[in-house]
Each structure stands twice: as structure tokens, then as C-alpha cells.
Design a protein around this ligand. Structure first.
Ligand code: SF4
Ligand code: SF4
Length: 454
């Protein structure tokens, strides 16, 4: 229910008033709501609501001319080929329509391009991405050695990450990852039956046995390695988390299959089921908070994506902070294809209209990404979730609606419910709850991509 720009909603059997413009929330008991309707404005909750009402402006002014940052992070697609054929792949089996491998000249030029476009920023980051990056391990070694030398020459600190399915790891590559302090995200979907079904090899065989041995060796030297699992609405998420923990991952992260990952009917989602998963996660979040369950909070990185979204909303409402940019695509982060073309992010690689440059040229056309979808979308501007959601993923939007700015309404309704849960929790915290959350390092973190890169 909307009331003069203030959103009234129910969660946990209670009523809340959410002031979107100021990212504030107040609890409204039913008796207070009734009193308010009768014109009695004496109670504290009603005064808080009234304050929110006074603050509310409509339509809200949303960010429209944010300055661009320097580019500090790149995804380097050293291989647009893959040794697996995951059933939900958004990238055409890792090929992004064209396929191929990056040449050494393009890779080294990409490093120089990053250094140049990072301006006066001291810290830069190269994320090896694919397809499967370890199909080009030789090139990864060359890039790491070259960029370390170049970064030292210009006085920058360089950080490396790699996202891999782990199948091709061996003693040499694992040692290289350790020696060079390279952060690793392993894409793995959990126990054998799920992994084999969702992430088969090119020949159709399961990939679990081929993956798990390498992962165990990797975890011995890089125990902080993340696992990123993709789940469907009816995936047994506890089983996935347990399967990943059994292998030895301390930090399993589950991302729900999104619109951009649909492959015809193979991943048809049930919207009601998705909504009920969010309701479950909202209940689970509060219960785990009250039980002081450190495993659930996982140093602030809650395993399930809906839980991470609720956490983010909660934190924004606690600090009354606005998020105006959904992700860093085209801002401080871009992806470089194996031919040296530059795209706003890894998922948009190969989308001809979204190409924004080339590492062999200087120009970078990223005006379309200047302010994210918020100022472009009327429905975002009047949405109560606007300063938490900030307009959704460009790639998901493009896949669902044909426009990078236009969001899918079903997705919006799911996001709005996570925002309600996050706001309701923020509006109900005790001092002890806050102290516990602080001890769990539940503070907002900005990642290049909230869906794939951690
Ligand atoms: S939930 Fe939908 S309408 Fe609301 S801000 Fe997000 S993308 Fe825009
Ligand atoms: S959220 Fe979407 S647009 Fe943004 S970086 Fe991730 S995949 Fe790309």
C-alpha cells in the first residue's frame, strides 16, 4: 500500500511504514494504524510515520549525472571456449557467440589499457574469466608476470582473481595460484548428482569426479576459496550448501538462476515458488539473527542470494544510505573479449550494441552506463525499493525486455519483497542484534558484479 509516497507493508505479522526517499522505516502497530485513520496522532509510531510522510517527496529526484570513475577492474576473457556445457549457461557454452582464445598481444595490450585507464587509482584488479580460463593457463602466467612488472613500474598495487570450473587445475597451476596470491572463485553446484546434472562435460559425462579432486588440492593451499553455485527455484539449497561444505569450502555462495540464464524451457521458473523462497529466507534470516547463528552469517556473506539481498537492504535501512548504482558495469569495471573488444561487463560480451570500445583504441563510449537504469525508468523512480535495488542488472533487463534499462516486473516483485524484509528487520533490531551483526562484519561491500564476482 502506498500512502503519499510512504510504503506501508506487513512482515513477520507486523506493519511498517517505509520512507523510500530517506531510506527509513518505522514500525506501525495495527492499533496505531487504526488510531491514525481516526485522526488520533498521539503515539510515537504515528509521529514517526508522520515524519516519514513529511520527508517524502514525489516524484523523487534520482541520480542523473554521476561522474565516471577510472576503470580499476577488468574481466579478461582469455578463453571464450569451455570444457563444460552447464545447462543454464548465459554465454552459449562459454563462447559468447564467437568463441576463440585471446592472443598474447591482446592480453598484454589489455594490461596496458587498464593501467592507462585507471588514472590515479593505486589499486587495480584483473579477473581471469571465460569460458574456462585454465584452457589458456600459459597466457594467464604471461599476463600475471607482465602486469606485476608494469604495475611496479607505475607504482600501482595489482590484485588477481580467477573464476574457474576447476576441472583443469593441476599441481603446477595450483602452486601458481598460491605463489601469486590469486583469489579463486570455483563455479560448482554442490553434491555429485546436482553437479553432474547441471554441469556436464562437453561429451555429456558428469564433471563431479573431475572437479572434486582438484578442488580438494586447491583448498589445501587456498582455504579461503569461494564456491559459487547456481540454484533453481526447487533446488535443495541445504543439500547444495552441505555438499560444498563437505568438499571443504568454507564460503559457499548460492546464486539463483536469473532471467539471463534461461535456456528455452530448461530452466522454467515458478514465480509463486520463488516468492515463497523469499518468504522462507526472510523468516530464516530473523531466526538465525536471534539465534546468533554465525554459520548463517558466514562473515557477512550469507550463502543464499535472497539472504544476501535482504542483508543489503537491512544495512541500507540501518544507515539510511542510498544505493543509486546497481553494479559497477561500465563504471569502474569492464570486460575485455578475447579479441580485445570492451563491454560493460562479462555477461554483455558479444552483444554488439553494447560494445563500448577496444583495447587498441583510446575511445570508450559508456554514456549509457553513466547512471544505471534509475533515471531512465519511470517505474523505478516511483518504486519504494529504488534506493536499494537501483534498477536491476543490465543484462537481465536486456534478456527479459530487450532494453538494458527496462526491468522485468516479476523480478521487480521479488526484489521488492526482499527490500520489505530487509527494512522490517532494520526496523526491529535490538542493540544486542546490532552488536552481533557488527561482529559478523555485516557491512555493505561493493563488488564488481553482485551476481558473479565476489
Ligand atoms: S524493483 Fe524494479 S521498479 Fe523497483 S527499483 Fe528495482 S528495478 Fe526499478
Ligand atoms: S549485475 Fe548484471 S550488468 Fe551488472 S556486472 Fe553483473 S551481470 Fe553485468
Amino acid at each position: 500500500m502506498e500512502h503519499h509516497g510512504v510504503h506501508i507493508f506487513g512482515c513477520y505479522g507486523r506493519r511498517f511504514a517505509l520512507d523510500p526517499e530517506n531510506v527509513e522505516v518505522s514500525e506501525l502497530g495495527e492499533p496505531n494504524l487504526r488510531k491514525m485513520e481516526q485522526g488520533d496522532v498521539s503515539s510515537r509510531a504515528i509521529r514517526a510515520y508522520q515524519k516519514a510522510l513529511d520527508n517524502a517527496t514525489d516524484p523523487p529526484p534520482v541520480a542523473s549525472s554521476l561522474e565516471f570513475e577510472n576503470i580499476t577492474d577488468i574481466a579478461l576473457l582469455v578463453s571464450q571456449e569451455c570444457n563444460l556445457r552447464c545447462v543454464y549457461c548465459y554465454a552459449d557454452g562459454g563462447r559468447y557467440d564467437s568463441g576463440g582464445y585471446m592472443k598474447e598481444e591482446t592480453a598484454l595490450q589489455s594490461v596496458d589499457w587498464l593501467i592507462q585507464h585507471s588514472g590515479d587509482q593505486e589499486r587495480i584488479c584483473i579477473r581471469f574469466y571465460g569460458g574456462e580460463p585454465f584452457l589458456k593457463f600459459d597466457l594467464i602466467k604471461k599476463v600475471v608476470n607482465y602486469s606485476k612488472r608494469r604495475a611496479e613500474e607505475v607504482g600501482k598495487r595489482i590484485h588477481f582473481c580467477v573464476t574457474t570450473n576447476a576441472v583443469l587445475l593441476n599441481a603446477e597451476s595450483i602452486n601458481f595460484l598460491k605463489e601469486n596470491n590469486i583469489d579463486v572463485v570455483v563455479s560448482m553446484d554442490g553434491p555429485k548428482d546436482i553437479q553432474d546434472m547441471q554441469r556436464p562435460c562437453v561429451n555429456g559425462e558428469g564433471s563431479y569426479e573431475k572437479t572434486v579432486k582438484q578442488v580438494r588440492s586447491l583448498l589445501k593451499v587456498r582455504p579461503e576459496t569461494f564456491a559459487r553455485a547456481t540454484v533453481y527455484d526447487d533446488s535443495p539449497k541445504e543439500k547444495v550448501i552441505e555438499g560444498l561444505r563437505e568438499i571443504g569450502f568454507k564460503t559457499p555462495l548460492l546464486t539463483h538462476i536469473s532471467g539471463s540464464m534461461f535456456l528455452e524451457s530448461s530452466a522454467k521458473q515458478d514465480d509463486d515458488k520463488l516468492m515463497s523462497l523469499i518468504e522462507q529466507e526472510g523468516e530464516s534470516f530473523l531466526k538465525n539473527l536471534r539465534d546468533r547463528n554465525e554459520t548463517y552469517f558466514n562473515q557477512g556473506r550469507i550463502a543464499v542470494m535472497w539472504g544476501r539481498m535482504i542483508r543489503q537492504a537491512m544495512e541500507l535501512f540501518i544507515s539510511s544510505s542510498k544505493k543509486t548504482i546497481h553494479c559497477s558495469a561500465g563504471r569502474w569495471y569492464v570486460a575485455i573479449s578475447c579479441t580485445g573488444e570492451i563491454y560493460p561487463c562479462h555477461r554483455l560480451v558479444g552483444v554488439e550494441n553494447e560494445k563500448i570500445g577496444n583495447v587498441f583504441e583510446n575511445a570508450l563510449e559508456r554514456d549509457a552506463y553513466r547512471a544505471g537504469p534509475l533515471p531512465h525508468q519511470e517505474k523505478c523512480q516511483s518504486c519504494f525499493a529504488r534506493y536499494v535495488c537501483a534498477g536491476s542488472c543490465f543484462h537481465d533487463n536486456l534478456t527479459a525486455t530487450g532494453s538494458i534499462y527496462e526491468t522485468d516486473e516479476i523480478w521487480c516483485s521479488l526484489v521488492r519483497r526482499t527490500v520489505e524484509y530487509g527494512a522490517a528487520i532494520a526496523g526491529s533490531l535490538t542493540q544486542e542484534d546490532k552488536t552481533f551483526l557488527q561482529s559478523q562484519e555485516c557491512i555493505p561491500t561493493e563488488s564488481a558484479c553482485p551476481l558473479d564476482l565476489f
